[in-house]
Design a protein around this ligand. Structure first.
Ligand code: CTP
Ligand code: MG
Length: 230
């Protein structure tokens, strides 16, 4: 069994709504509720903890905790609120900013974690653009070899002890971390990639919110066309 930590406590400055991104209305519900619903309905996950902005209540059956100033601080607080567990327990970390999470992606990531055979298993999609590195003046320095490059997403599943150790570092290291897996890598931990569709996108800008809205509305219309299951 696994515990899921959902991070929804960011300010959403790049989205620019003047309120936390988690509260953005998306295809009929607040953005943060989409992935929480997927995770809380899964049999493989026994507890869901959500790091939230001030003043937001978690629904029944979900543990809500006030997020911190930096993302990794929100992870620490959510992990603390998840209570005790065995070292090998799977702890799944997910950004609420990825509302298109599916059961399939989550299951594939948990499967690759393989009961703790690796320190972490992370969803990622192959990079499709050619990536060039440039200097500050915009002059190209080199073109990176695209094969082998992955755009990293969440969910990311960790052994509980590996995540705890990864987060137990000075604040200046924590603020550098844009994903938790890097904190595991930097101390030599094993991290497995799990291929995931680009559709599991992160809502960062108003454009992303529009795309997510279209994809979720489409998903809902396809679901409502299906005959009700017996
Ligand atoms: N997050 C969090 N606590 C923080 C910062 C971020 O829980 N102190 C969460 C966000 O809610 C989001 C995820 O981490 O689900 C990824 O962060 P990001 O996309 O950067 O979201 P924001 O920090 O809200 O956006 P911005 O950087 O534009 O302010
Ligand atoms: Mg941010």
């Amino acid at each position: 069994m696994a515990v899921a930590l959902v991070l929804a406590a960011g300010l959403g400055e790049r989205l620019g709504l003047g309120r936390p991104k988690a509260l953005a209305e998306l295809a009929g519900r607040p953005l943060w509720r989409w992935s929480v619903e997927v995770l809380s309905d899964m049999d493989e996950i026994d507890r869901v903890v959500v790091a939230l902005p001030p003043g937001i209540e978690a629904p029944a059956g979900i543990v809500g905790v006030l997020g911190g100033a930096a993302r990794s601080e929100s992870v620490q607080r959510a992990l603390a609120a998840a209570g005790d567990g065995e070292d090998r327990e799977a702890v799944l970390v997910h950004d609420a900013a990825r509302p298109l999470l599916t059961v399939e992606i989550t299951r594939a990531t948990l499967l690759a974690f393989d009961g703790g055979a690796v320190d972490a298993a992370i969803a990622a999609s192959p990079v499709i653009d050619t990536i060039k590195q440039a200097d500050e003046g915009g002059r190209v320095l080199r073109t990176l070899e695209r094969s082998g490059l992955w755009a990293v997403q969440t969910p990311q599943v960790f052994r509980r002890d590996a995540l705890r150790r990864a987060l137990d570092v000075p604040a200046k290291v924590l603020v550098e971390a844009t994903d938790d897996a890097w904190l595991v890598e930097r101390t030599g931990g094993t991290v497995a990639i799990v291929p995931s569709p680009r559709e599991n996108l992160k809502v960062t800008t108003p454009f992303d919110l529009q795309v997510a809205e279209l994809l979720l509305a489409h998903r809902q219309s396809v679901a409502s066309d299906l005959p009700a299951s017996a």
